[in-house]
Design a protein around this ligand. Structure first.
Ligand code: ZN
Length: 429
């Protein structure tokens, strides 16, 4: 995890420019309680807690911009009133006293404008062009970014998202999908405050969530810092000023809140390293056990990597090769079972840019052999299931069509041709 100052034209992402560019764009709104930055209290202000719920609604950029501006004006007015009162009473209160008094609530409600999709290259041309000036390691698209090899967009991962905030807007604790890295730039004008815990402590964090009856992967939680100090969990706490790029490394657990009025832009990156690949695959497997969808289709990605990338790192190479072998075996086993059942597969070549498939029932990635209900197949909508779910619905696969996207010979050829590339030297042209 690190913070560096970048020279991006921040004005392109200011609220004024956003309203001029795309006033009607959809904004997801999270209504939250405005709390002291390092604490999370229940609504009554009696007890600190891990759970942090927020209510979801939707608005547009133009409407959120009005709210953001009104909130700023209101705060200026309050500030002036306070100043007036202070001069009258002439008594000194320190800022920490003001904060501690707020512990008891009631807390003001704040609205956090989140998950604004900045993927459309026509709507956001100037903005996306500007971001291509970033150094390669932080760019949304680059040859060294695993997510650029998925071959299709994963909204909010290999595309840009935007947040619009007022003070107190909170991003609850989480790791990025499949333990990928995150890049976050604060547009300003206000600051953001961040908390981060190194990846190896994710298990401890998960246990804390469990103790508090919250699902670590799907729930919404804000760690109690005292709990973490007692458990010797290191917490990095830092301020992100306008123009600061925060890099969150593979699997970093993090949460944070806006101190001032600001916008942020954000996306994921996957460095082409054994460490990133390993942790992505581990989370992929863990997600299966927890019935959580893996946003990164690691099997599909691994086959693309074998086709398109020269891998010179021995460890990374071995892991990819192992993944290919395992899926090849799975495909073969499924094929054999189909032959035994007298069920033929229907050839259905993958089209260019076709997204990876997921089971519509259990949400696991389905690679190559797609179990499609006959109904949906005849309607050409092709609702995909995995073998397990299809067999549960019908043990002899009655009412299912099995589509095959790759020839086994082709897969075996990719597997055979994927070999360790010689290490690149800096002198190589
Ligand atoms: Zn399934």
């Amino acid at each position: 995890m690190f913070v560096l100052s970048v020279s991006v034209d921040l004005g392109l992402f200011s609220t004024k420019t956003l309203v001029e560019a795309n006033p009607e764009q959809l904004v997801e709104v999270r209504t939250q309680l405005c709390q002291p930055a390092d604490e999370n209290w229940d609504a009554s202000g009696q007890r600190k807690q891990w759970r942090c719920e927020s209510i979801r609604s939707y608005t547009t950029i133009a409407k959120y911009a009005q709210y953001q501006a009104a909130s700023f004006q209101e705060s200026l007015r309050e500030e002036n009133e306070k100043k007036g009162q202070k001069e009258l009473s002439d008594s000194e209160t320190t800022s920490s006293e003001t904060v501690s008094r707020r512990h008891k609530g009631p807390f003001k409600q704040v609205k956090f404008g989140t998950n604004i999709d900045v993927s459309d290259e026509k709507k956001w041309k100037l903005q996306l062009q500007e971001l291509s000036k970033l150094p390669a390691f932080a760019r949304v698209v680059s040859a060294g970014n695993l997510l650029s090899h998925v071959g299709h967009s994963i909204l909010g991962m290999n595309t840009v998202q935007l947040f619009m905030k007022v003070p107190g807007s909170r991003t609850p604790g989480h790791q990025e999908h499949n333990n990928f890295c995150a890049v976050n730039i604060n547009i300003g004008p206000g600051d953001c405050e961040w908390f981060a815990v190194p990846e190896p402590y994710w298990g401890v964090m998960s246990e804390f969530c469990e103790k508090n009856n919250i699902n670590f992967l799907k729930g919404s939680w804000w760690p109690n810092l005292e709990d973490l100090y007692e458990a010797n969990v290191p917490v990095y706490r830092f301020i992100q000023r306008p123009g600061d790029l925060v890099w969150l490394n593979t699997g970093t657990v993090h949460w944070g809140q806006a101190i001032g009025w600001c916008n942020n832009i954000w996306w994921n990156v996957g460095p082409l390293t054994a460490y990133q690949y390993k942790l992505a695959v581990e989370r992929y497997e863990w997600n299966k056990l927890q019935s959580v969808k893996s946003m990164v289709p690691m099997v599909h990605l691994s086959w693309n990597m074998a086709r398109n990338i020269k891998v010179s790192d021995h460890k990374l190479f071995e892991m990819i090769k192992f993944c290919l072998l395992r899926t090849l075996k799975q495909c073969q086993t499924i094929k054999e079972a189909l032959v035994a059942a007298g069920k033929e597969t229907v050839w259905h070549r993958r089209s260019r840019d076709e997204p990876a498939h997921y089971c519509s029932i259990c949400e696991v990635e389905v690679f190559n052999l797609l179990f499609v209900t006959s109904d949906s197949y005849s309607r050409k909508s092709c609702v995909v299931q995995c073998q397990d779910c299809a067999r549960k619905a019908s043990s002899d696969l009655d009412g299912f069509v099995v589509l095959q996207q790759f020839r086994m010979e082709d897969l075996m050829q990719v597997y055979d041709q994927f070999s360790l590339a010689p290490a690149l030297h800096s002198s190589a042209s």
